[in-house]
Ligand binder design. Structure first.
Ligand SMILES: [Zn+2]
Length: 362
């Protein structure tokens, strides 16, 4: 079944009701709007692993993948992992943002810039749990834009990993070393499944980010970003590779042979670049302030907005010209179409009558 991109607190509640009795469910705090923040706990081992998702409310793919991961952990053949580890999972750290489909929380604060100040109840909730369970490893789960490419290649970044920095000069403490070594193995494994589509997230140091803050405190923490596979706007394909990342991580942490990797290999993983736009149209007539430009190439991206429980993708102008320096997730030639003329307003959404069936997402 294809899941909607929107993943609300109600949806989360339904999913929690369907969990079996081996998953311990508790409420570890409340959001600004007093919505419960749930913790799911599985396993009885001494090695604590902490996961959190939807710290940015509109980044839902990793939350869905976590429920598939829980089903995987429940399989009989995986009981050794539940004996060795205790898995602490916060599926939706920002329920208010999840409801409104916004990145920030209800106070319009980015929770991933609140690690030092801890000004928000949601951030406090995460850090209090972190202090209480002293995890051996953390997974900070996010979703990224469609515009990211793997380096300068024409492959979109479907999954990106990061071992967060601990300083401006790229120092490596023991925690970051472990994160780096794990990512090298994840990259090697996933790059067989989906070759060329895996990248390293940009690693600007910012100690207000939870991952950087936990790594400074010597807890290995990796960031996993769910990205875009062409035409997969519901991110069902991406979800599969996030699930694989979580499964591989579990096996790798259990077997520990990832510790034999060599740090240099991490820096060989291509970094994210922004070479993509959602749509490239050719054969377009642009009308800009009375001037007419014929046979142009037009780059568009989609804006995501929530309407009646569904996410809508509305195209807006990025750029136009005779030649563009972008790859498109989709190419459309408008030479033989009725609508091929656009009034140019850089950065603005298209007018309603300009959004033809052609441009909409199926
Ligand atoms: Zn995020």
């Amino acid at each position: 079944m294809i899941e909607e991109r929107y993943f609300s607190p109600n949806k989360l509640y339904d999913k929690i009701l369907n969990l079996n009795k081996f998953v311990n469910v508790s409420i570890i705090g409340k959001s600004v709007q007093k919505k419960p923040i749930y913790l799911l706990k599985l396993g009885s081992g001494s090695r604590n692993i902490l996961f959190w998702s939807q710290m940015h409310g509109n980044e839902t793919t990793t939350t869905k993948a976590l429920f598939d991961y829980i089903s995987w952990l429940m399989q009989k053949s995986n009981k050794d992992y539940l004996r060795s580890f205790s898995f602490y999972i916060i599926p939706q750290l920002n329920p208010d943002g999840a409801k409104l489909y916004t990145r920030n929380n209800y106070s319009d604060i980015d929770l991933n810039r609140d690690a030092l100040e801890l000004s928000q109840p949601e951030s406090l909730c995460l850090v209090n749990l972190y202090k209480k369970i002293n995890p051996e490893f953390c997974f900070n789960l996010h979703g990224q834009k469609t515009t990211y490419s793997v380096g300068m290649s024409n492959k979109s970044a479907v999954v990106s990993y990061l071992a967060p920095s601990i300083s401006d000069d790229n120092q490596i403490n023991e925690a970051r070393r472990r994160s780096i070594l794990l990512i090298i193995s994840l990259f090697k494994k996933l790059n067989i499944d989906i070759k060329g589509h895996i990248s390293r997230y940009k690693d600007d140091f910012n100690e207000n980010c939870m991952g950087d803050y936990f790594t400074i405190n010597n807890t290995p923490t990796i960031l996993i970003e769910a990205g875009h596979f062409p035409n997969d706007y519901k991110r069902e394909i991406t979800k599969k590779y996030i699930l694989k990342s979580l499964i591989y991580s579990t096996i790798l942490l259990y077997d520990e042979d990832y510790l034999n990797n060599s740090i240099d290999d991490y820096f060989k993983i291509p970094e994210n670049n922004e070479k993509f736009v959602d749509l490239i149209l050719s054969g377009v007539t642009i009308i800009d302030n009375g001037k007419i430009y014929k046979d142009q190439i037009l780059a568009l991206n989609y804006n995501e907005s929530l309407k009646k429980g569904k996410i809508h993708f509305n195209p807006y102008f990025v750029s136009f010209g005779k030649k563009l320096n972008y790859f498109g997730h989709r190419y459309i030639n408008l030479n033989n179409e009725k609508t091929n003329s656009f009034n140019f307003r850089l950065g603005f959404p298209l007018k309603k009558d300009e959004i033809t069936d052609l441009l909409s997402i199926k």
